[in-house]
Write a protein that binds this ligand. Structure first.
Ligand code: SF4
Ligand code: SF4
Ligand code: SF4
Length: 285
């Protein structure tokens, strides 16, 4: 959906929360302008070096102060991403093949979540992280629908819910630091750097040990490129990293928005507005 049409829709819906949010003076563009994608910060995750220790998961929890979860009677052994678990290690195992795989936001070069967000609550920063501003979010959850990696999660249980995902440690980047998870990895499976340097490192590993890897750097070109990239010994599809081509996803999400966006935009914001109004009136959290 061209942005003009989307704005027009929001004007029509202006009597509701969506219109109010848009009228609040939002940026014309949510995408980092004229930044060479090779200069974005990012991470390279080499699944062949990962030992599944989850030090990265714990480092993320500690740095971001996300709360530990109890699921299926187990204390803090998350199996999937959630509003409180922004990264985790999953195990792929099949006959004689096994691999760990780290899950988190990929910080796409051309992110579908940013393109799809009607109020620019999600933005691609010039440094690389795809960041989220809860004060702008109208709770439409369209980012959950548009993300090709199914990353953003909603805080369903919160009185005033927000969307949550890995930030690529944007707060640390602003201080000149790398990510907490890469800093903690004891095996070098997860490394931090500029995207261009990480691609060179990954391609060097492929060249030096071709028998060790699938001959592909996932995220170098996939879905238009991602800031978090992968090397693996097993086919990427088996790790949940599908072959989605090299075109950025936003074009697709914007065309399907024609069908779904009006419903989501009206239902989600009104629900969130109602919750916020009641919460403010009652003095909740
Ligand atoms: S992986 Fe999903 S949430 Fe993360 S930047 Fe890409 S589209 Fe957005
Ligand atoms: S980059 Fe930061 S926010 Fe993202 S998974 Fe690593 S520690 Fe967590
Ligand atoms: S800290 Fe490193 S080795 Fe441990 S699970 Fe995370 S990526 Fe794998």
């Amino acid at each position: 959906m061209p942005s003009l049409e989307r704005r027009d829709f929001l004007k029509i819906a202006g009597a509701g929360a969506a219109g109010a949010a848009v009228a609040a003076g939002l940026p014309a563009s949510a995408t980092a302008e004229a930044v060479d994608p090779l200069n974005y910060f990012g991470m390279l995750y080499d699944a062949t070096k990962c030992v599944g220790c989850n030090a990265c998961t714990m480092a993320c929890r500690q740095w971001n102060k996300t709360k530990a979860e109890v699921r299926d009677g187990l204390y803090d052994s998350p199996k999937t991403l959630s509003a409180h678990t922004w990264t985790l290690i999953q195990l792929y195992k099949e006959s004689d093949q096994m691999s760990f795989v780290k899950r988190a936001c990929m910080h796409c070069v051309d992110p579908a979540c940013v393109s799809g967000c009607p109020v620019h609550a999600l933005q691609k920063s010039a440094a690389g992280p795809v960041t989220y501003d809860p004060s702008r979010c109208i709770g439409c959850r369209y980012c959950m629908y548009t993300c090709p990696f199914h990353v953003p999660r909603f805080e369903w249980e919160a009185v005033i819910p927000v969307v949550a995902k890995c930030t690529l440690c944007a707060d640390r980047v602003a201080q000149g630091l790398g990510s907490a998870c890469a800093e903690r990895c004891p095996t070098g499976a997860l490394i931090w750097g500029k995207r261009g340097d990480l691609i060179a490192e990954a391609e060097g590993r492929l060249k030096a040990n071709p028998e060790r890897y699938v001959d592909h750097v996932y995220g170098k070109d996939d879905v238009g490129g991602t800031s978090v990239m992968y090397l693996s010994a097993v086919p990427f599809e088996k790790l949940g990293l599908d072959n989605m081509g090299t075109d950025p996803i936003p074009a697709l999400s914007e065309s399907t928005a024609n069908i779904f966006l009006p419903t989501i935009l009206i239902g989600g914001p009104l629900m969130l507005l109602a919750v916020r109004t009641i919460a403010q009136r009652e003095g909740w959290g």
